[in-house]
Write a protein that binds this ligand. Structure first.
Ligand SMILES: Cc1cc2nc3c(=O)[nH]c(=O)nc-3n(C[C@H](O)[C@H](O)[C@H](O)COP(=O)(O)OP(=O)(O)OC[C@H]3O[C@@H](n4cnc5c(N)ncnc54)[C@H](O)[C@@H]3O)c2cc1C
Length: 415
């Protein structure tokens, strides 16, 4: 079983034979499964929720490992789990994840950043906990290094998926599908018109972790002085322009720092990943050398580099489009899927970060209709490619909120 992440209890019949196409056969309702595409925050939650609701579920992930942006881009501050008072906003799988993370690693802690609360956790710990959660579900089979490459539809339903991996391809007959690819990849395969691509796409990001940083090197006011020093170095051309929005943050362990660079993304970013990454790696080398000359960083060394991160890879057209007005007015909906109170955190590709907070104690609803792809009875969406406008997505896309959206979409897909 070349693409199967083992640990699931029942073994699927999967082989690449003959014409390289095989049928995934497993007892489900009429041989059909709930297919969840993408094993990031939203997809993992959707798959868990659908399996716990009693469906046979296939989780399909293009990368070699599950975890998505949080695990591979290196996110160490999970937002969207807590309200402004630091209490859980949604409960459910998001809370379960946070509690398991806290049990798995003594360094995991709730942390205040500005007016928000985040869970500070190592991406590695997150990935390990997520893998354990997935492996514990007997109705869930996870395929890694497996990309959905074609879709079949009939009368407003998505009836099948074609999945390609290193050893061939196979076919899934689908009862319902959750597009949790972060880019609306499944909706795109159906019809490009279902995607809202953004000319003012939020900047992407490139994150790396330094170890050997002196504890307290970033304590206030040293952190602000460092941000100023970086800014001045860019103005003086001692650092490349890509470092102009650099943010250096305390890590999960006290000898670590995480550095985030903002990386503007051209329209054809998906074809130019390696070229954009190369430029970011050059900026990384320059900033590490610069930091090593500052107090507290003399012994600092690069210990992990994340993949290029995409904040907004395109959003689908849904039965409802969540708007920035809904967010600002903390609107409630009858078909609430989950709640979110994260600020509108928009990374303008030219001007940098703007943050617009919701009033303390307030949150808005994400309606289930914003997780339902327009015109398809059995196609759901969850995570950062939900149906939302640019600024609403800049709030709703945080990882904790993606877990809660995924849970709601997974339950709906299982019904
Ligand atoms: C630079 C950066 C910094 C961020 N900082 C924070 C932060 O500090 N705190 C926070 O909470 N959030 C942060 N976020 C946002 C947050 O991490 C993401 O919005 C969220 O994790 C997205 O989850 P998702 O499940 O929607 O998508 P993803 O995690 O991107 O998962 C999508 C998955 O789908 C897979 N996939 C794509 N196409 C296919 C296909 N055709 N077939 C199969 N699989 C496919 C991908 O490989 C991927 O694993 C940040 C994002 C970025 C980019």
């Amino acid at each position: 079983m070349p693409f199967c992440l083992d640990g699931t209890r029942s073994v699927p019949t999967l082989s690449a034979e003959g014409d390289g196409v095989s049928e995934f056969a497993r007892p489900g309702q009429n041989g059909e499964v709930v297919a969840v595409c993408g094993a990031g925050a939203a997809g993992m939650a959707a798959a868990l929720a659908a399996a716990r609701a009693g469906s046979e579920v296939c989780l399909i992930e293009a990368a070699a490992h599950v975890g998505g942006t949080v695990a591979h881009v290196l996110i160490h501050t999970i937002g969207g789990l807590f309200d402004s008072g630091g209490d859980f906003l949604n409960g459910g799988l998001a809370q379960e994840l946070a509690e398991l993370l806290a049990k798995s690693d003594p360094n995991v802690r709730r942390r205040r950043i500005g007016r928000t609360w985040v869970l500070s956790a190592a991406p590695e710990a997150y990935q390990a906990v997520a893998e354990r959660l997935l492996a514990a579900e007997p109705r869930l089979t996870t395929f890694t290094s497996a990309r959905v490459c074609a879709v079949e539809k009939s009368g407003g339903r998505l009836t099948g998926l074609q999945i390609a991996g290193p050893a061939g391809s196979f076919h899934l007959q689908t009862r319902s599908v959750v597009d949790a690819t972060g880019t609306g990849a499944i909706a795109r395969l159906l019809d490009n018109e279902l995607i809202q691509d953004e000319s003012r796409r939020a900047a992407g990001g490139f994150i790396f972790r330094l170890c050997g940083v002196a504890p307290e090197a970033l304590a206030w006011p040293k952190g602000s002085a460092l941000a100023r020093a970086l800014h001045e170095a860019v103005l003086n051309e001692a650092l490349p322009p890509l470092c102009s929005q650099a943010w250096v943050d305390v890590g999960v362990r006290n000898d670590e720092a995480y550095v985030k660079l903002a990386v503007p993304l051209p329209d054809d970013w998906s074809d130019r990943d390696s070229e954009i990454t190369k430029e970011a790696v050059n900026a990384q080398a320059a900033i590490v050398a610069f930091l090593q000359r500052l107090p507290g960083f003399a012994e600092a060394r690069l210990c992990r580099t994340g993949k290029l991160g995409v904040r907004d890879g395109g959003r689908v057209s849904g039965e409802y489009c969540l708007t920035v007005d809904d967010v600002r007015q903390c609107r409630r909906f009858d078909d609430v899927a989950c709640r979110c109170s994260w600020p509108i955190e928009y990374w303008d590709p030219q001007r940098g970060l703007t943050l617009e907070y919701l009033p303390d104690g307030q949150a808005y609803d994400i309606p289930l209709r914003a997780l339902k792809v327009k015109g398809f009875a059995n196609l759901w969406v969850a995570g950062k490619c939900l149906a939302a406008d640019r600024l609403a997505q800049a709030s709703a896309r945080v990882a904790g909120c993606c877990w809660s959206m995924g849970e709601a979409a997974g339950r709906a897909a299982a019904r």
